[in-house]
Structure formats: structure tokens, C-alpha cells
Design a protein around this ligand. Structure first.
Ligand code: FAD
Length: 290
């Protein structure tokens, strides 16, 4: 099916984008890589009257590092992030997620920020944003504001972004010294959206966990953390019993929606298995006890 008719705009300044969003509001959609928006329009699940292509706006494709914090601009493609030494070194959880994101042809077009703005609950980047405590910078004709990841994802394809705002970038905070992490998932085929996935971050002081984040994707209407399971890990040295207890809590607390690809109980089972796998994979990377 083809997309319904729309008016195409390609402003070459950020101010031009902001003016169009202010004028058209809910009737406008930003086009970044188009890897989610265009399929949705073709399926008639989205019918924006105005499509605002940001591809000609300068200065949105940068990867910047400031005191260890990494900022990806709105036009940084997944593949660009995957190949970036800065991302590998300073945002290792983003790097760990990249091989799981779609296929290369999609990664060369789709953007990291677009994935976050889209807020697909089965996508890797929203979970990575939650696990790392990323912040999103939103701009409108009224100014800019910074939105914390845990306030950003509100529901299925629903975020805190207003219709008149563009996300200009996402900032991943400096990766703590001694931290480790992993991204694990189960998908029907490599490159497909995950049935369930997990982004894990563990902050360590020696062998002891000082902070933990378990951010699941494909397990709720948004990416979601499970704080009670994280608390079990904090203060521990990640013994078998501790990991088993975290895994049990995850299965008890998550209530993933079932669909033709997997029932609720199957996804709960996957979440429990991935909890064990994700923690072990994270610890193996730095040789901490598991
Ligand atoms: P677009 O499609 O251009 O936009 C998506 C939405 O976000 C639109 O509503 C748009 O208005 C909004 N938006 C985009 N940028 C901004 C911005 N800067 N500010 C405000 N709003 C904005 N993704 C995964 O994470 N994991 C996968 O495994 C995966 N598999 C895929 C498999 C297939 C076959 C396809 C087609 C896509 C897959 N994707 C997957 C999605 C892909 O990664 C998309 O590129 C990504 O989700 C959205 O990025 P985009 O730049 O293409 O955004």
C-alpha cells in the first residue's frame, strides 16, 4: 500500500523546522531516516498532512563527547554510531546494542534519536536510554528543554515530546568507572525486532554491585526497568542465588502483552532467562564473579 497524500517540507535550518512544527502541530511529523515513519504511513497507521524532512538541517549529525558524556545528534544513523570509536569507548551500552538493531540497510538510514522519538517498546535504544540514564534535548520555537529517560517513554509509541518539538539529540552520561553492561535479546531472526530483550548496566566497586539497571524491551507497552530486581543485585557479589532471585522477580513483575509472535507466559519466561544471561554476559566482560 502507498502512503496517503501529504505535503513534503525540507527546510535547511533548525529554525525552519521549528516554525513548521509550530504552524502544523499534530498535523506534522518529522522525517529522519524514515525506517519507521514510512512503513507506518504505508500501512495507513499514520496520516500526517505535513512531513518535515530534517535531512538538510546542518549540525545534527555530530557525535560529541564532553567530560565522558556522549551526545548523538538527531541525524546520527545507527550504522554511524556502530562504527564510532567514541561510542565504543564512551557509550559501551549503545555500542553493545547496535549489532541487534535491524539490518545494515536499515541501520544506514535509521537514526538513534529517531528510534528514541518513535518509542517502539521492542526497540533497543529506548531501553539503553533508560539503563544509562540518558537525557533527550527537545527544541521548539519556545526554547529547549532536557527530558530524563525515565520521564520520556509514556506508553506504546507515546513519549513526553510535544507535537511542536524536535529532539535535537540524546546524551548518554559518562560511563562510570568500573561499570559493565550487556545487551541481550531473543528475536525470531537476527535483525528482527526482539521478542524480549534486556539492557543491563552494573556499577561495581571491586566485586560488589553499587548500582544496577535492568531495562527490558519487548516486555511492556514501553521500555521498562524492574527496580525491585535491581535492588536485589545492589550490595551483592552476584552469586547464583542472587541472580536467580532477580530473575524470579522479573518474571513475577513483568506482564508483557501477548501477540502472534509470543504469549505473555512465553515472554515472561524469556525475560527471566535473559535476566540470568544478561547479568552473566555483563560480568564476563570484565571478569567479575558470576
Ligand atoms: P523515522 O522513521 O524517520 O521516524 C520515526 C518516528 O520518530 C516518527 O514519528 C518521526 O516523526 C519521529 N522522529 C524521528 N526523528 C525525530 C526527531 N529528531 N525529533 C522528533 N521526532 C522524531 N529498530 C530497532 O530498534 N530494532 C530493530 O530490530 C529494528 N528492526 C527493524 C526492521 C525493519 C524491517 C525496519 C523497517 C525497521 C526496523 N527498526 C528497528 C526501526 C529502525 O531502527 C528505525 O530506523 C528507527 O526506529 C527510527 O529511526 P528513523 O530515523 O528511521 O525514524
Amino acid at each position: 500500500m502507498k502512503a496517503p497524500p501529504f505535503i513534503y517540507h525540507r527546510p535547511d535550518t533548525l529554525d525552519g523546522v521549528l516554525a513548521l512544527l509550530a504552524e502544523h502541530g499534530d498535523d506534522a511529523k518529522i522525517l529522519a531516516g524514515g525506517q519507521s515513519l514510512i512503513p507506518l504511513m504505508a500501512l495507513r497507521m499514520g496520516r500526517p498532512a505535513h512531513v518535515v524532512d530534517i535531512g538538510a538541517v546542518p549540525d545534527l549529525a555530530g557525535i560529541d563527547v564532553d567530560d565522558g558524556a556522549v551526545t548523538l545528534g538527531a541525524l546520527v544513523r545507527h550504522e554511524q554510531a556502530k562504527r564510532s570509536d567514541v561510542v565504543t569507548r564512551h557509550a559501551p551500552l549503545v555500542a553493545a546494542a547496535m549489532p541487534h538493531v535491524a539490518h545494515r540497510a536499515i541501520r544506514t538510514q535509521g537514526t538513534v534519536v529517531g528510534s528514541i522519538a518513535h518509542g517502539d517498546p521492542a526497540a533497543e535504544m529506548p531501553a539503553v536510554a533508560l539503563a544509562t540514564g540518558a537525557t533527550m534535548t527537545a527544541a521548539s520555537t519556545e526554547g529547549t528543554r532536557v527530558i530524563e529517560a525515565d520521564e520520556f517513554f509514556r506508553g506504546y509509541l507515546d513519549t513526553a515530546l510535544r507535537a511542536d518539538e524536535i529532539l535535537t539529540g540524546v546524551t548518554f552520561p559518562a560511563w562510570p568507572a568500573g561499570a559493565t553492561g550487556s545487551v541481550v535479546e531473543v528475536a525470531r531472526r537476527h535483525g528482527d525486532y526482539a521478542l524480549v530483550g534486556l539492557a543491563t548496566r552494573l556499577d561495581l566497586d571491586g566485586d560488589t554491585v553499587t548500582d544496577a539497571a535492568l531495562a527490558f524491551f519487548g516486555a511492556a507497552s514501553t521500555a521498562v526497568r524492574v527496580p525491585t530486581a535491581e535492588q536485589v543485585l545492589v550490595g551483592s557479589t552476584l552469586g547464583d542465588d542472587t541472580i536467580a532471585e532477580a530473575s524470579r522477580i522479573v518474571a513475577a513483575e513483568l506482564d508483557p502483552p501477548g501477540d502472534i509472535h509470543g504469549s505473555t507466559s512465553y515472554r515472561k519466561h524469556l525475560a527471566a532467562v535473559l535476566t540470568r544471561r544478561g547479568i552473566r554476559e555483563a560480568t564476563q566482560q570484565i571478569g567479575a564473579p558470576a
